[in-house]
Design a protein around this ligand. Structure first.
Ligand SMILES: [Ca+2]
Length: 163
């Protein structure tokens, strides 16, 4: 899926914490649903996984949240080395291939994020969560694709992969 996921209801505020309440909820940049429509929603990790170990998470039927290994498969396909994809932090120099307008067609959007009570980095940094925790990160200026862990409670972009 080449667009960031944008399903669910907007949390009341940027301070809203994810709750297993039977309702899929998202944060939007600046708490403005117009940004969700343009850039996709931001999801805390467990909200994205629908409080389940089912890979489907909050994806439509027939789709699932990509794992770290599935993301590595993509990274190998765009020319990164095995050593690069197995590393943490800043990896390789292929971010331009994944980002919007890049030759992969993946269109990794530099869509920003939310943190507790705020939103930021729109058009500066982009994040896609992976199943099992952590995320990939690209920036507007750096050529590396970053692999980062933590921040499960913050709002980050999500993608779905065809089963
Ligand atoms: Ca919820």
């Amino acid at each position: 899926m080449k667009d960031n996921l944008n399903v669910g209801s907007k949390f009341p505020s940027l301070y809203s914490a994810a709750v297993d309440n039977g309702v899929v909820e998202k944060h939007c940049y600046d708490n403005n649903v117009g940004y969700c429509n343009a850039y996709g929603g931001y999801y805390p990790y467990y909200e994205m996984m629908n409080y389940s170990t089912d890979p489907k998470g909050i994806c439509p039927s027939g789709w699932h949240i990509p794992s770290d290994d599935e993301f590595k498969t993509l990274e190998l396909a765009i020319g990164m080395t095995q050593a690069e994809v197995d590393a943490g932090g800043a990896r390789g120099n292929k971010a331009g291939v994944l980002k919007t307008g890049g030759s992969s067609g993946f269109d990794f959007l530099v869509a920003g994020k939310t943190y507790y009570g705020g939103s930021g980095f729109l058009n500066s940094e982009g994040y896609i969560r992976i199943r099992g925790g952590g995320m990939r990160v690209v920036t507007s200026s750096l050529s590396s694709i970053f692999s980062q862990s933590g921040y499960d409670d913050r709002g980050k972009s999500a993608r779905c992969l065809l089963d």
